[in-house]
Design a protein. Structure first.
Length: 125
């Protein structure tokens, strides 16, 4: 399988093998599993710290927890992008265009922090 179409043939055979493995695995699961799993009484009942559940299953969550999670992800991603840039900062060939690009990146993140600070999102209470 060489040449231009050989790569596609290899990819096609690999995809076919993956699909075949998927079908065989699910067929084996269907054949080998018990026909009707035997659950002990109460196994599927609600469980809450060893006590009977109290109240309904719906609980209201405050949006601020999602905002904190979003801000954490935002700044974690910022660190992931800034670290490689800081490592190669002093190498030759590091031009003004690269500094400008990172300036724009840090500026957009700074605007995000400023917006969160002005809206009092960063305050816990």
């Amino acid at each position: 399988m060489t040449g231009y179409l050989g790569s596609y043939a290899t990819l096609g055979l690999l995809l076919l093998a993956a699909a075949l493995f998927f079908v065989v695995a699910f067929a084996a699961n269907r054949v080998l599993r018990p026909a009707r799993p035997a659950d002990p009484p109460g196994k599927r009942a609600g469980y809450e710290c060893g006590l009977d559940p109290v109240g309904g299953d719906w609980a209201q969550m405050q949006i601020r927890y999602y905002v904190y999670a979003y801000l954490y992800v935002l700044f974690a991603v910022e660190a992931v992008f800034l670290f490689p840039w800081a490592v190669v900062f002093d190498r030759p060939g590091f031009g003004l265009v690269t500094v400008a690009e990172m300036g724009v990146f840090v500026g957009v993140l700074a605007l995000g922090i400023l917006y969160a600070w002005r809206k009092n999102i960063l305050r816990w209470t």
